[in-house]
Design a protein around this ligand. Sequence first.
Ligand SMILES: *Cc1c(COP(=O)(O)O)cnc(C)c1O
Length: 377
Amino acid sequence: MTRRPETIAAQALIGYDAKTGAVAPPIHLATTFSRDASYELIDGRHYARDDAPTPQLAEAVIAALEGGPAAMVYASGMAAATAAIRAHLVPGAHVIAPRACYFAVRSWLASFAARWGVAVDFVDTSDTAAVAAALRPGVTRLVWIETPANPTLEVSDIAAIAELAHAAGARLCVDSTAATPVHAHPLALGADLVMHSATKFLAGHSDVLAGALVTAREDAVWADLHLMRREEGPCLSPHAAFLLLRGMRTLFARVPQQSATALALATRLGELPGASVRYPGLGAHPQHALAARQMSGGFGGLVALQTGGGAARALAVIQRLRVWVRATSLGGVESLVEHRATVEGPDSPTPPDLLRLSCGLEHVEDLFADLAEALRA
Ligand SMILES: *Cc1c(COP(=O)(O)O)cnc(C)c1O
């Protein structure tokens, strides 16, 4: 029987363990796996840096949710992102990356990639024509996009960029952390790889670092990625994999509510004098029609609130909040607010008056009242 994503997530693909009846997956801590008397591996596993049962179960769930044949989990989102990018690099290669994207991906590309002779163009990937103009046929190896982009929430056209990238001999990797598999399926739109910071919505409780890649095909790049993880060792620990699995079981209960809260807050905050809001679910968002086309069931739990009045006003507003938690990261059950420009430093492309809101599961009226009061003062 085919199972819908909600069922796959809720049962963590096991339902129950046929041997013990346990309805939660075990945490297998073994680092090494024995061989039988004829020296054959018993269940195909050799050593936990290659593959281990608890991370593999998390991989099976994530692959099923994204609709890909295979996934790999990593010790963090950045471990997954940098592996995905490096797997495409050769000396002299060219990479296209978004001007607006997760800050550590951008700064890693700008520093390390450049040091290895890789050319990186940071373009506005929400402008498909700008991507087309930046592509160098036969030289561009990878187009990296993040949609919606953290923290400014631009939306990039996955299907159109996949087609352009493929026509130029490049591959497309989509950081789908903010969209989650609840709202988007980049592989179905032509992406070659999907990346998640599973630390965020997938795990959902701000208590585990994890990353994931999902592939469209088990091809040579995927084989390389597997070899890189095995030899470099950025594996997800069994404990962390269990927490990720545990979090994903409630993914379809959490994320739709977080997105509904985000839409309600974005709508109401936008009506307050002085404040302006960016949210892909609002009709006024420049890529709203595209977001509505390539996302389903909601637009994610992130809202960008611009307070006006520069960094000073944004910081004054954030200081007055009593329900929202002032912390970096996103996707957890508690609502977090962050002044990205402070965290990103002087090179930050983020508007100085922007507060990134990550909507959790609190009552929407408590979240709204807290912000409205802080903005009124
Ligand atoms: C957090 C985040 C990352 C990095 O993930 P870590 O798990 O913190 O290493 C990458 N991309 C996006 C969009 C993120 O929000």
